[in-house]
Design a protein around this ligand. Structure first.
Ligand code: ARG
Length: 576
């Protein structure tokens, strides 16, 4: 019989069958119902392919010792045809070993996990909003966080078939435009449409310096913005130029980072959509009069939140007002089931107030989530003390490229490529992005160049190199042969197989928890396991059927690494 790698038996279907028989045994023998039998992968592979702590969990309910329950489960599970061996371990864990046949049959699921699922058109979309830079300033290095976390979440969501809509909610409205207009008029050396982003930044910085000695500038800025809001044609033209200049420069960076959006809708887009929301809030008594005639929202005592301003005393709307209008617009046009906002943890209060306000308004709401992330700092202090107050993302990517070139040269013959410059770009971009995505986004992150560009650590080059190695083995093998049945697996084959089988679960975990580091760390683990297999078991020099089977394992490893890297916005070369 030859084994075909088609989707025959879903790994998870198999485990749910095993869970079902364990569950009925628990009900029949011990009268325990309503327990979920969950399977984990043991840390130590010598403890089996999967383990469940369910006996420990339901011992109290059953009034029996965990050991006694585990013994019964072992008895029941041993009778399952996919299980080779089941054992009680420790105080009451049940460890199982799958049959070689069952393990190999499930490989088809790994292949299907690499193919993007068909989009579920009939399901309400999920909106993921990310990047959201403020116009008229270059992208700073901190912008990479929202940008790549958001893009990777969008990618995994699409890969799993969710109807996914991505939005770049630009900060393209607000008094800063008035200030910039004043600065240009006073100190500008050329017309706005020939300014670069750096020129604009310089003007903006100058404004803030000069305002310390001349507070009337502040009023002039506010006045200019008011005129812009009223539609002054010159100021509108000025504003449009500033937006265009910024977007052009940002697009270059987005292209370098593989970032795309379905919609780029900035705050200015909601300019004419706020009044209905303000009226509704007033009518419903949610927006009440605050100090000096401002319009505010108050929150319950338990929520521990200060009141939020919706309209300022001078009648100006603010960030929150625009976010309220944004939700209403998205709910009525896109009808999403969820909206995720990938934004700095510093804006937690804003989002809490926003979500509480829309709830008070009684709108029919999707699930709203603030996907937070911490700060990023450089282990290398020279990166944070550059001149000016902003470390530009472009400079960081250029630096990454430069450092990657050095690393490539240092490795000499070990690295093969037809295009050194392209490889340096892929490695540099990968190193920066992976350096971000491999860390738990909820914590502050430290970025370390040496770690990020290392060839044998938890890094992009390691992943890229392992992918290229696997690809070259498949190529040298001369393609994939059908394989005869395998009687037994070597320890390392089993290790790689088991790790590959986790892939689909990992993607679902990443999507559910919005945590990209789950996937990044999994890919690292797969590289490690594959490389230890490569170092121990001969592949091309092995006898059949082991040779063909190992080439298949190698090919699947390459596919999983590529699929995972793509989701993380990282390129993996076929050769390096
Ligand atoms: N532009 C804002 C900033 O840079 C972030 C926008 C976040 N999204 C939102 N819907 N409020 O601070």
């Amino acid at each position: 019989m030859s084994i075909s790698f088609v989707h025959k038996l879903d790994f998870y279907t198999m485990f749910s069958t095993l869970s079902d028989s364990a569950q009925s045994a628990l009900a029949e023998t011990f009268g325990v119902v309503d327990v979920e039998v969950k399977w984990e992968r043991p840390q130590d592979p010598s403890h089996g392919d999967a383990a469940t702590p369910v006996a420990l969990q339901c011992a109290k309910k059953a009034g029996k010792s965990p050991r006694e329950i585990a013994d019964r489960l072992v008895e029941v599970l041993s009778a399952e045809s996919d299980i080779e061996k089941a054992e009680v371990a420790g105080p009451g864990y049940v460890n199982i070993w799958l049959t070689t046949d069952a393990l190999i049959r499930t490989l088809g699921t790994v292949r299907s996990a690499c193919t993007a699922k068909v989009k579920r058109e009939n399901e309400a979309p999920v909106i993921i909003e990310y990047s959201q830079p403020n116009i008229a300033k270059p992208l700073g290095v901190h912008h990479i966080l929202s940008t790549v976390i958001g893009q990777s979440l969008a990618n995994v969501s699409r890969h799993l078939g969710y109807n996914t809509v991505t939005i770049n909610h630009l900060g393209d409205w607000g008094t800063q435009f008035g200030k910039l207009a004043v600065a240009l008029e006073k100190w500008g050396e050329k017309p706005v449409d020939v300014c670069t982003l750096d020129d604009l930044l310089e003007l903006y910085v100058r404004f803030h310096k000069e305002v310390e000695n001349d507070p009337t500038l502040e009023d002039a800025g506010r006045e200019a913005f008011r005129k812009l809001e009223e539609g002054d044609p010159d100021l509108r033209k000025f504003w449009q130029s500033v937006v265009d200049i910024t977007m052009q420069e940002m697009q270059t960076l987005y292209d370098r980072l593989h970032i795309t959006f379905d919609y780029t809708q900035g705050e200015s887009f909601y300019e004419d959509k706020m009044q209905p929301v303000i009226n509704e809030g007033k009518e419903k008594g949610v927006f009440i009069e605050g100090e000096g005639g401002a319009l505010i929202v108050e929150f319950s005592e338990e929520s521990n939140m200060p009141p939020a301003i919706v309209v300022k005393a001078d009648g100006a709307t603010i960030y929150l007002t625009r976010d309220l209008a944004t939700i209403l617009y998205r709910v009525s046009t896109i009808k999403p089931q969820a909206i995720s906002y990938v934004v700095d943890v510093a804006q937690s209060l804003h989002f809490k107030q926003l979500f509480a306000t829309v709830e008070k308004l009684g709108w029919d709401l999707p699930r709203l989530e603030h996907v937070v992330f911490g700060r990023m700092s450089f282990a290398d202090k020279s990166m944070s003390t550059r001149k000016g107050n902003i470390l530009k993302l472009q400079d960081v990517l250029d630096e990454a490229h430069k450092r990657a070139l050095i690393v490539i040269n240092e490795h000499g013959e070990k690295i093969q490529t037809d295009d050194v410059d392209q490889l340096a770009e892929i490695m540099g971009q990968g190193a920066v992005v992976y350096g971000v995505l491999s860390q738990n986004r909820k914590m502050d992150m430290i970025f370390d160049w040496d770690k990020a560009l290392s060839f044998d650590g938890n890094s992009a080059p390691y992943l890229q190199y392992t992918h290229a190695r696997a690809k070259s083995i498949v190529e040298k093998a001369g393609g994939l042969e059908g394989i005869e049945s395998i009687d037994s697996l070597s320890t390392k084959e089993r290790l790689v197989l088991n790790t590959l089988l986790q892939f689909s679960g990992v993607l679902h975990d990443m999507q559910r928890s919005s945590m990209p580091h789950i996937l990044a760390n999994y890919l690292y683990e797969l590289c490690r396991d594959y490389n230890s297999f490569y170092n121990e078991d001969p592949i091309l020099k092995a006898d059949e059927p082991a040779r063909s089977f190992r080439v298949h394992l190698t090919n699947l490893t390459a596919d999983v690494l590529k699929t995972g890297a793509d989701i993380l916005t990282i390129s993996v070369p076929d050769r390096m």
